[in-house]
Design a protein around this ligand. Sequence first.
Ligand code: GLU
Length: 548
Amino acid sequence: MTREEYANMLLPNVLHDRKYYEEKYQKRNLKPGAMVTRIAPSPTGFVHIGTLYQAIVANKLAKQSGGVCFLRIEDTDQKRLVENGIEQILEAVKAYQIPFDEYPIDMEREVGAYGPYIQSKRADIYQAFAKDLIIKDLAYPSFLTEEEKKEMTEKQQKRKQRIGYYGIWASKERALTMEEVKEKVEAGIPYVIRLKSKGSFDNKIVIEDCIKGKIEFPENDMDHVLLKSDGIPTYHFAHAVDDTLMGTTHVTRGDEWVSSLPLHIELFHALGFEPPKYAHLATIQKEEDGKKRKISKRKDPEANVRFYSEKGIPVEAVKIYLMTLANSNFEEWFLANPDSDMDEFELHFENMSTSGALFDMEKLLNISRNYLSRISAEEFYNQILQWAETYSKDFIEDLKTYKDIIIATLNIERNVAKPRKDYGMYSEIESNIKYMYHFENPEYEWQRITDKKEIVEILTTYIENYYDSSDTEEVWFNKMKEMCDKLGYASNMKEYKKNPDNYKGNVADVSTVLRVALTGRSRTPNLYDIMKIIGQEEITRRIALLKN
Ligand code: GLU
């Protein structure tokens, strides 16, 4: 039996050979220095904030260098797949407007010439390369059962040896002749294809990571599985094949893969490929009881990108925040250039953290408040409406009915040098502005003046003698002061502080009565603006509520 016949027996249903695929996927024609990056999420559950982070970093690096960024779905681990996993990834990519150049649109359609971009559709490609390794005696079949594997591990534990399939542990199957293998295959014994490692644990290799710098490892000496018994590849093998054929220049991926580097480097060499550059991104961490830990899929709701959508934290704010985690100098740049497009900032590996980036919800909300304070009220309204259509259906009717009032409210103290920063999430808007269009049975937050008779006196005096809907803000405020003098309150704060006992209170106490009477709240945006928006009739009605 020739080695070709042997390889054919082991992988009988392969349509094409390695050469076919190498010719099919031509080298990308890009200018020098252009980076080809990707994210390669597995559809094993909800989309993790870390995946979004990686997507933003990978895209930015590609775009700023004139390169390409693509999305590859890694759905080869059948046991961990979840229903709708792929849809969730595609949805998140859409929601966050991640500008991939190449990606699957859905299970059938895709954009890009290096696909399929869903690994389960690439089985023939992996098998073609595995077959080539078998022909070159760089890979071999392994018939080890789960039971035998367990026994081996137990022995290794007992002897305090490294766990895994290497050296003497692999020697028996490595030594099987083609005839012996044939017998087993014909007997229907299932098998996987393993790498025939040439490495030695006593040798060291040094890898230059773009973020972590030089890292030294012992060489890989494990005969890792390349193809499982159903012909589906492991992550490691698929990574080497795909990132080569797809022309990835820089693999930006999670820190948890660092320890696999020796295996990956060996795989690239066995396949005759040039390894890409690696940049291992620090994981997003959380502080709990003074200790840092990886943000957890199970424990932390903020690990799920849907959390931000549900809360209504704007996409733009989340992206800006993730950029601050990616590069320590981004924040400074952004503060200095608040109106610039994020794309104008250059991301550099040198400025990326080697330890974990700490997730800080308060900081994210601050960024969000800033962002929302700088867009136009109309744009803000549209974003709220869009959010409500998915996450707050009950709010939609009011949003539509009171559109003008709501936009006017959002517009209070907006187009000024220091705009108000009242809102950080769309989900906080309704409860914060409802009093503007819905004012029945309010709970009044009275402050210093609580006596009902006094309150009614102030309000009656105001509405009968001082209120004029056509007043300018200045006149309005002067009248408030005049009324204070009349009712025994200090209109001048300095005077009041000198002799507080001479007065019933001061102008702030009086205007608070008006504010609470008209809104229920002791703290609101500019009261004059609020009064302009709700209008004379409604002001009169609200004041009358207290007189009864
Ligand atoms: N499928 C791997 C994961 O989800 C991808 C790692 C990589 O980016 O290469 O962790």
